[in-house]
Each structure stands twice: as C-alpha cells, then as structure tokens.
Design a protein around this ligand. Structure first.
Ligand SMILES: O=C(O)CCC(=O)C(=O)O
Ligand SMILES: [Fe+2]
Length: 243
C-alpha cells in the first residue's frame, strides 16, 4: 500500500484510507464485538467501550494477549502502514449511539505517537483543533510570530482546526503534529456538518450516494458507530508487581 497517496489535509500528518476492510470483515468484527463478550463492555457516561490488550498505566502496559480476531486486523494495519516500530498491542473499542461522542482530548504519553482508527457502522465526523497551550515555549521556534500574532491567536486556532469524515470500513491514521499539538473529538450531536472535511473525495462520494442529503452537507447519524482505536504501548511490563 502506498500510504502517501492517502494523505489528507495540510496538517502533518493525517492519512485516510477508505474501504480498508471488506463488508464481510466488518460483519465478522461486529459479530466478535457483540457476540459472547458482553462482560467486556464498560459503560462510561457518554459511550461504552471494550479494552483489549491489557491495562495501560502511566508507566506502561500490563499486557494481555490480543485475541486472533483482533490481531488479524492489527497485523494488517502494522504491515500495510509501516508506521509502527513493533506490533500493535492495544485496541480500544468505542461504541457511540447517534447522540454520543467523545470530548476533545489527546491520547496519553504511554502510547507510541501513531493512532490508527478503524470505523464500523454509522459515518461520523471527527474534529481536530490545535491545543497551543500544550506546546512548551521551547517548541516555539518562531518567537516573533508568537508576539505579533497575539491578537490573532484564536483566529489562528480556528484556521488550523479541521475535520475528517469517517465512513464505515475506513482507516484513519494520525501522527506527528496531529498527535502532539491537536485535540481530537466527536460531537455528541446526531447531525454533523461535513462540508469542510479534509477528505473531500469521500465527502463528495457520500453526498452523491444519497438523495436525501441536502446542499448543506449535514450527516444524519441514524445508526450506532463502533470504532477500533489501535495503538502501540512501547513499554510492556511482564509482571504487574514489578513496576
Ligand atoms: O472513536 C473514535 O474514532 C475515536 C476514539 C479515540 O479518540 C480514542 O479512543 O482515544
Ligand atoms: Fe483519542
């Protein structure tokens, strides 16, 4: 796979790969997620999740072997992207009803700074916004622009925000600045605007494919969405009691 051809937007570095898995693979994954492992779900205030691969602590991962139905997909992501230095060892499965989302956040420092998110079910829009305050002044190589740009700070924020339309069966990968300097989140609204998403080709295909869409490019979430957030925790603890 030529990853470079899937790069979207101007911010380093986001890749969007439509149709990363087949319909049949999506069905098989959903069967595994919903079949027989009911106790795996943990209910949060605004969504449910399943944690696979072990517990992530500040100091690393207390590992648990991933089941083969998950390694099938994580191996494919690892091999086709070439972005992870070793095998993906952690998968978070999130479930969102149409009125559920995830607050803007950054993924923690325990992870290798590359995230691969496989989407299943309902399409959804993910928003990215810069988190300038998280940048230390040492990172700011252009101090003059920092000073002269004070009044334009929020403007700069808005300018640099962007969104991605995540269709079922697609894979979204982000890393670099998008990992370190941006927050990502999904609004809890059952309708979302996808007018200015960076993966324009996908947005056009989506609006052309459904006559019920209006000119405003409003996405109506009418199904549950399930996502698999696949990451690598580089530091693995063999023994829970030997941190
Ligand atoms: O569901 C998604 O697409 C995002 C999940 C996410 O950001 C996370 O698990 O950290
Ligand atoms: Fe996240």
């Amino acid at each position: 796979m030529e990853l470079e051809s899937f790069r979207v937007g101007l911010t380093p570095t986001v890749f969007y790969i439509p149709g990363f898995i087949t319909d049949q693979e999506q069905t098989q994954l959903l069967d595994q997620i919903y079949g027989g492992s009911g106790s795996k779900w943990k209910t949060l205030k605004n969504r449910r999740l399943q944690n696979w691969g072990g517990m992530v602590h500040e100091k690393g991962l207390v590992p648990q072997e991933l089941p083969s139905w998950l390694t099938k997909i994580t191996t494919k992501i690892h091999e086709s992207s070439g972005l992870f230095p070793s095998a993906i060892n952690h998968v978070l499965i999130n479930e969102y009803h149409p009125d559920q989302g995830i607050m803007p956040h950054q993924d923690g420092p325990a992870y290798f700074p590359v995230v691969a998110i496989l989407s299943l079910g309902s399409p959804v829009v993910m928003d990215f916004s810069p988190h300038l305050r998280l940048r230390s002044s040492a990172d700011d190589d252009d101090i003059s622009s920092d000073q002269s740009g004070k009044s334009g700070l929020s403007e700069r924020d808005n300018q640099n925000s962007f969104s991605v339309l995540m269709m079922p069966r697609s894979l979204l990968i982000f890393k670099d600045d998008t990992y370190s300097d941006y927050l990502h989140g999904i609004s809890d609204s059952p309708t979302q605007c996808y007018k200015q998403v960076v993966n324009e080709a996908e947005a056009s295909a989506y609006s052309n494919g459904d006559s019920s869409k209006d000119g405003d490019k409003i996405l109506h979430r009418d199904q549950t969405r399930v996502s698999l957030t696949c990451r690598l925790v580089p530091k693995v603890h063999k023994n829970l009691f030997r941190f």
